[in-house]
Design a protein around this ligand. Structure first.
Ligand code: EPU
Length: 429
């Protein structure tokens, strides 16, 4: 199993190219199930989760061709996927595959919308919380599907197709909103989705579906209206930049000091995160090519932050911010409101010398003058990268184990950091 070795203490200077967003790519690939024509996705990041979803879709009969590199393309340019679900040969998503990646459960909506049935394994719990799918099933029932649970599988049936309806989410959910959109685009009639998630990735999927012929309005607001259409076509769509990757590298620069341009990043996707960094004393500027992050000399000010659905501070940056605040001049407080158990990084950061106390859903972080390298590991993607951020500022060597979590969501992490002067390397095997 690969590990990453980091020797801390070097500032970051240079340019980091930002990849396409993982959390838009996955639902966009799943949306390909809604049409028998080819969907071309550009700027797709090379990630383990993307490769796994290619296998999962392949199991349903989807053909995926990965476009070759063109002369002049940089190694960071995303890949182009040509996805064709001309014939869906199997409407079952088996446990062995769904248990490896929760988002693959989302195939249930397009499969039942287009094929009238789907049998998809329940995903089970995961490292960041219980993560139920009750609201996804509520959506399908509201749109006319019959739901059975048998042998660990959800069986959804709508032999005469889904029909439009009213959906009011009792809490904001990204997965629920993706499901509602994908289930309603081919439904008979109009669907109104209230208290919808406003994450930019929802807007990106809706924009792509509209290019395919769907009639979705209001994506990015709490009320989305979908007028069902009989059929969707192929389209070409470029995945939006990854706001979590952007925020992660911004925090890495804030941690080490230096001057880095995050190329291709869009500040409006991450305003709450950038505001927190500015409050901590980091200089942030939107430029023609992306976002420039600068910290010279001065220490970091502590912050109080609560995670919230978009446009609030994202839960997917909570661990990284906590790593950063371990070195602030004073006491910070970070409250996690989205996932009840997303604090796996706390004890690992403590191994590096951080002072963190947990009280329910709030972590209190007393800034320390220095961190010291140690072997660490984490059980989810964002927790793992928070350890890399801490390691970049720790004295001596840190070995981050279980790197496969990082490979799920960060494309060429160590290459991007090395190019800016970090002492970081992957150790294979
Ligand atoms: N929830 C329910 N019932 C449901 C669905 C969700 O109670 O049926 C709860 C969840 O347990 C959670 C809250 O609602 O407490 C929000 O969950 P949501 O559905 O919004 O999250 P998700 O769609 O499962 C996506 C991202 C996560 C990100 C969250 C929140 C993808 C593939 N995943 O998950 O990303 O943290 O939204 O923004 O888009 C990551 O990339 O590391 C990651 C975990």
């Amino acid at each position: 199993m690969d590990r990453i070795r980091v020797v801390g203490g070097r500032p970051l200077n240079g340019v980091i190219p930002i990849s396409g967003a993982k959390n838009a790519t996955l639902p966009l690939m799943i949306a390909s199930l809604l049409t028998d024509q080819t969907l071309v996705l550009e700027n797709v990041p090379r990630l383990a989760d993307v490769a796994l979803l290619q296998r999962i879709l392949g199991n349903h009969g989807v053909d995926i061709m990965v476009g070759g590199k063109r002369p002049g393309d940089s190694e960071y340019k995303g890949q182009t996927l040509h996805i064709s679900a001309a014939d869906i040969v199997d409407t079952t998503a088996p446990y062995e595959l769904v248990s490896k990646m929760r988002a693959s459960f989302w195939v249930i909506a397009p499969l039942v919308a287009r094929m009238g049935e789907a049998k998809v394994s329940m995903p089970g719990g995961c490292a960041i919380g219980t993560r139920p799918v009750d609201l996804l099933l509520m959506v399908l029932e509201r749109l006319g599907a019959e739901i059975d649970i048998d042998g660990g599988y959800v069986i959804a049936r709508a032999p005469r197709g889904l029909r439009g309806g009213e959906i009011v989410f009792p809490k904001v959910t990204v997965s629920g909103t993706h499901t509602a959109i994908m289930a309603s685009v081919l439904a008979d009639g109009t669907t109104v989705i209230d208290n919808a998630a406003r994450e930019p990735e929802i807007g990106d999927v809706a924009a792509c579906l509209n290019k395919m012929g769907a009639k979705i309005s209001g994506a990015g607001t709490p009320r989305i209206v979908v007028e069902g259409v009989a059929k969707l076509n192929g389209a070409r769509h470029s995945v939006l930049p990854d706001r979590i990757e952007t925020g992660t590298y911004a925090m890495a620069v804030a941690m080490t000091g230096g001057d880095v341009t995050l190329e291709g990043a869009q500040a409006e996707l991450l305003q709450a995160g950038l505001d927190v960094l500015a409050r901590a004393g980091v200089q942030i500027a939107a430029t023609n090519t992306g976002i420039r992050v600068v910290r010279n000399g001065a220490g970091l000010a502590p912050v109080e932050v609560t995670t919230d659905p978009f446009p609030g501070f994202p839960t997917d940056l909570q661990a990284q911010l906590m790593a950063l605040m371990t070195r602030a001049r004073g006491t910070s407080r970070i409250t996690e409101t989205i996932f009840e158990n997303r604090f796996m990084h706390v004890q690992e950061l403590v191994r590096l010398g951080a002072r963190i106390h947990l009280h329910g859903e709030t972590a209190t972080i007393e800034g320390v003058a220095r961190l010291r390298g140690a072997p660490v590991m984490a059980t989810d993607l964002r927790a793992s990268v928070s350890l890399v951020i801490a390691a970049l500022a720790a004295e001596g060597e840190t070995m981050v184990n279980r790197v496969y979590h990082l490979d799920r969501g960060f494309e060429r992490l160590e290459d991007k950091l090395v190019a800016c002067g970090a002492d970081i390397a992957r150790i294979s095997g």
